[in-house]
Design a protein around this ligand. Sequence first.
Ligand SMILES: *Cc1c(COP(=O)(O)O)cnc(C)c1O
Length: 358
Amino acid sequence: MGRTVLLNPGPVNVSEQVRKALVNPDICHREEEFTRLLGSIRARLLQAFAPKAYTSVVFTGSGTAALEAAVAGSVEEGRGLLAVVNGVYGERIARIGRIHRIPVKEIRASWTAWPDLEAIKSALRQEPAIQVVALVHHETTTGLLNPVVEVARLAKRYGKVVLLDSISGLGGEPLDLDAAGVELCVGTANKCLQGLPGLSFVLIRQEEIPRLLAIPPRSLYLSLGENWQSQEKGEPLFTPTIPIAYALDEALAELLDEGVANRSSRFEAASALLREGFERLGLRFLLPPSLRSRTITALHQPDGLPYHTLHDRLKAQGFVIYAGQGALAGQIFRVATMGAVRLDEYRAFLDALALSLR
Ligand SMILES: *Cc1c(COP(=O)(O)O)cnc(C)c1O
């Protein structure tokens, strides 16, 4: 089978070096070889995204595993969670909270707009039991960038902890976590980091650690505090996906080599190229330019051309696009610019798209 270019928002195409890292030697996770590998991953995560003030904890599982660990592990008994919801992933945060019997206040907004900061402010003022304010950095549902700095500033004013789902943001969208005042930031191996799926992580502000360790675990496998404590001693709590860890370590080395800002600019250049092409082809964008991320473009489904037809025509030419989700299913399609994909491949995609729209 030839190369398929993945234009879905993860899992992404990876470099040959990342793929080859999968077949590094067999090791035991209770030996120094794995301690070194885990140490390298955790150090590189901090080097890339959050030096000094932060620490990190890695989970086996896709992004949702680390997200669930962060939500369930950060709200104390008797306190609540405020979830900003303007897409499928904001809804997921709220749902995780409810599953763990955490009181959840949802601030709902249109899926194609920023949340109402005044509504967040009045909820924070009126409900002192809220302890954690959670939001999605980049709403993958639509490709919308949320106002993280503004929401975090409000949360700080009321003394709240900020939990950010940056699973599709880290490595793609510039953000200074420290300056923004984010305490917990969730990421995954296989989106803008260009690793393979199976590992996810939480970056945690050091000062938060004593508070997190005092929260009784709501989950055995996904305990934020206990997993962190064990990893600090150099050992994972449970058997990790070792090949995926090799691949993530290599992917992080490549990210640091390329430079996080350059990585993000590369994705930005790719989306600019595609967006020019989409306009030429007469496609209509879901979001205005001011709300769009660097890595996902959501387009209205052209009249008379069902999603699956468009998808199948493109797949036959070697390109995988992504359907709308939730309330937008059938109405939009999405094209991501994440992963180890060359500009000439994006140009070839535009040609394939032009053919497929006829
Ligand atoms: C991909 C993604 C997730 C996690 O999805 P998984 O399938 O568990 O990796 C969570 N939040 C956002 C914003 C995402 O883009």
